[in-house]
Design a protein around this ligand. Structure first.
Ligand code: SF4
Ligand code: SF4
Length: 66
């Protein structure tokens, strides 16, 4: 299971990272076109598709996709 991310929309606020109960999200070292360090999923196999990250993101940048 995994989530999808629009890395160009993500502003790297970290809300989803601290809200994920499975701790499978982290802020990347890479930056998007806006200069923001965007989020990435570290262990897709541990994701339970709970949707918490999707619900908490203020910019609709992350969503459950499988
Ligand atoms: S769907 Fe749930 S488990 Fe998966 S990355 Fe989002 S908050 Fe974490
Ligand atoms: S996906 Fe949304 S909540 Fe997560 S860091 Fe990016 S902007 Fe913040």
């Amino acid at each position: 299971m995994s989530v999808c991310l629009d890395e160009q929309v993500c502003k790297g606020c970290g809300l989803c990272v601290v809200s994920c109960t499975k701790q499978v999200l982290k802020i990347s070292q890479k930056r998007n076109a806006k200069g923001a360090s965007y989020v990435e999923q570290t262990d897709p196999e541990k994701c339970v598709n709970c949707g918490i990250c999707q619900d908490i993101c203020p910019d609709l940048a992350i969503w459950v996709c499988s």
